[in-house]
Write a protein that binds this ligand. Sequence first.
Ligand code: NAD
Ligand code: TDX
Length: 332
Amino acid sequence: MRRMLVTGGAGFIGANFVHDTVRRDPDVELTVLDKLTYAGNRRNLDPVSERITFVHGDICDADLVDDLVRGIDLVVHFAAESHVDNSLNDPSPFIQTNIVGTFTLLEAVRRHEKRFHHISTDEVFGDLPLDSEDQFTERTPYDPSSPYSASKASSDMLVRAWVRSYGVAATLSNCANNYGPYQHVEKLIPRQITNILVGDKPKLYGTGENVREWTHVDDHNDAVHRIIADGRIGETYLIGSGDERSNRQIVEKILTLMDLPADDYLLVDDRPGHDLRYSNDSTKLRTELGWTPKYPDFDTALAATIDWYRTNPTWWKPQKTPTEASYKLLGR
Ligand code: NAD
Ligand code: TDX
C-alpha cells in the first residue's frame, strides 16, 4: 500500500493524516486530491510539500478521479462537506460532494480493483438520550438527523453496497468529534478559542447541555492507519476516546484555561434538530486492532490546541470574519 490517494487532504483531519503518514512511512507515495473549498487550505500541507503530489480538483470529476485511482494502491477518503450548520442552510453541496463524490470514487476503485477506506461519522446513528449510558455500536441502525448526517449515512451505504455487490475491498470508520490543530473556526472548540482571542465571548447553542465525545485528531488518524493495515474488508469500526463532555463543560474549560471566568459566555439560538448526545462503543477497534487513545488527558491536549491557535493567528484570521458573518445571519 505504498501509493496512496488522500481525498480532502487539505482539510482538518486529512491534513493531519497526511503529516502523520509522511512521518510514519519514508517511502510512501502520497497524492492529495482536494477541491480547496472554504474549508480546504493548501498551506495546511506546507510542512510536507516536498513529500506529496497535490492535485487541485473535485472528487465528483469522474475522469480526473479515474486517472488518479489507476495509478495508486489505496484511497483514503476524507473529502466531504463537514459542517452541520452549513448543511441546514444549504444542503445541496452535501448531496453532491458526500454522495455523488463517494459514488464517483467507488466506481473508480471498482474499475481498477483498488483498496478503499471510507471516513465517516458517529452522526449517522442519530443521537442518544442525555441521561443514559447507551452507546452506538457497529450494529446500531442508521437514523441521521441533519442533511450532513443523512448525506454521510448515504455515502456509508453506497460503500457497503459496493463491497457486497461488486466485491470492492473497502473498510469504513465512524469517528466521534475531533479536535486539534488546523480545525476550521466554524467548529465548536476553535470558534470559542478564537472568539476569546478576538475579544468576543464564547457562544453556546440552546442550554449548552448537549454532549459530544471528544477524540484527538491524531488518535483518529492512528485508528485509520490500523484499519488500513489490519482491518477486515467490508467491516465498520467505531472510533471514540470515551471522553464525553457537555458543550457547556467544554466552553467553561476553555475559558478557565484562557484565564477568564468560567461563566463568561453567551447562550444563543439553538441549532434546529440539534442531536443531544453521541457516544461510540469502540471495543471492536480496541480488541481487534489494539487501538487506544494516546491523548487520554483532555485538559492537556485542549491546552495545546489553544496554544496552536494563539501562535497561528495568520492561519485562522482570514476564516474568522466570513464565518462569524454567516453565524450572525443564523442568530448564532
Ligand atoms: P473539513 O471540512 O475540515 O475538510 C474537508 C476537506 O475536503 C477540505 O479540504 C475541502 O476542500 C475538501 N473537499 C470538500 N469538497 C470536496 C470535493 N468535492 N472534492 C475534493 N475535495 C473536497 O473536514 P474534516 O473535519 O477534516 O472532516 C474530514 C472527514 O472526516 C469528513 O468525511 C467528515 O465527515 C469526517 N469526520 C469529521 C469529524 C470531525 O469532528 N471533524 C468527526 C468524524 C468524522
Ligand atoms: O458555536 C457553537 N456553539 C455550540 O454550542 C458551535 C459551532 C457548536 N455548538 C455545539 C453544537 C454541537 O452540539 O457544539 C457541538 C459541536 O458542534 P460542531 O463543532 O459543529 O460539531 P458537530 O455538529 O457535533 O459535528 C462534528 O462532529 C461530527 C463535525 O463537525 C462533523 O463533521 C463530525 O462528523
